[in-house]
Design a protein around this ligand. Structure first.
Ligand code: SF4
Ligand code: SF4
Length: 307
């Protein structure tokens, strides 16, 4: 009897699924949580100066940049995690990923979304990348702070208070206030180098920066892709190749950081696996045949539930 009732309930769910469990629009978790169903990183509120009055957030930002040694410890722990038994590994990944969603989590964004962010933020600053400081021990100016206030606002003030030479000098150029046009031109240059753009929270939902990442040097990409511990979402997009336009040159394969592109020797065409694609658009920028396009992830039957 109980089983019959259960079966009837499940069947009803299948038949009129939306009435029983309303289907959410397929967007990343942060769009639902911090964007009211719209792209959360296009919400100006998530960059607001008000959010920086939160003392916990200010402390997090200061501690984050001051403690590269804790990131180095994190790399060693990730290597240990790779050797852990499957059930331990899965439990740790779930716990750490959920914790990171509260404090420092990212999302891949293609260049047109960076352009849209730059339409409403007021100022952009360029500074040395924390990840490369940790992994390479040298300065690489791949990170951009964005603010709703002039001259980097409160975020720049907080970072300037931090006594860390690689960020604020004296050996480096420190925090450079640059125009949005200059910033976009750097971003496009980095895209041609094969780097993928990502937005980052400093205690969600506050977004403080846009980085340019690769799998070799960027801690977040290494953590997410190499070690399988997600600390960033895929883009709200997924790429596809038009076989009519593709000439099989494989330039796109060379730049994809996520191993999402395959090649058919028989057809002399490349193809994209939507299960692997992060939607960064880097392949698109190197395709001279304009054969690659980005489509909304929510409309892709395979990729719409993979974040
Ligand atoms: S770069 Fe363009 S033309 Fe070359 S293989 Fe990739 S999709 Fe095809
Ligand atoms: S296939 Fe997807 S993940 Fe790979 S470069 Fe293209 S958009 Fe990025």
């Amino acid at each position: 009897m109980v089983f019959a009732a259960f079966l009837a309930f499940e069947t009803k769910k299948l038949l009129v699924g939306e009435a029983v469990t309303p289907l959410k629009r397929k967007m990343c978790e942060f769009c639902h949580k911090h964007g009211e169903g719209r792209k959360w990183y296009l919400e100006a509120n998530n960059y607001s100066e008000d959010l920086l009055s939160d003392l916990r957030r200010r402390k997090f930002i200061m501690d984050f940049f001051k403690r590269p040694e804790s990131a180095r410890r994190g790399i060693r722990r990730l290597n240990d995690l790779d050797r852990a038994p499957g059930f331990v590994r899965r439990a740790i990944i779930r716990r750490v990923s959920n914790k990171m969603k509260k404090v420092h989590f990212g999302q891949v964004v293609p260049i047109e979304e960076v352009e849209r962010i730059f339409e409403f933020v007021t100022s952009v600053a360029r500074f040395a990348c924390f990840c490369r400081h940790v992994t390479l021990g040298s300065e690489h100016r791949y990170c951009f702070g964005v603010s709703m206030a002039p001259n980097g606002g409160e975020l720049a003030r907080i970072v300037r208070e931090i006594d860390v030479a690689y960020l604020t000098g004296p050996q480096t150029a420190g925090i450079e206030q640059i125009s949005k046009e200059e910033a976009l031109s750097f971003m496009r240059e980095h895209e041609r180098e094969g780097l993928c753009h990502t937005v980052w929270t400093f205690v969600a939902p506050f977004i403080g920066g846009i980085c340019n990442c690769d799998r070799s040097d960027c801690l977040a990409m290494r953590t997410t892709v190499t070690h399988g511990l997600p600390v960033m979402f895929r883009a709200e997009y997924v790429a596809s190749i038009d076989p009519e336009l593709c000439t099989g040159c494989r330039e796109c394969m060379r730049v994809c950081q996520f191993g999402a592109i395959g090649y058919s020797a028989a057809l002399d065409k490349s193809f994209i696996d939507p299960r692997q694609c992060y939607g960064c658009g880097i392949c698109r920028s190197v395709c001279s045949k304009e054969a690659i396009s980005l489509n909304e992830r929510s409309t892709d039957s395979v990729a719409s539930s993979i974040w």
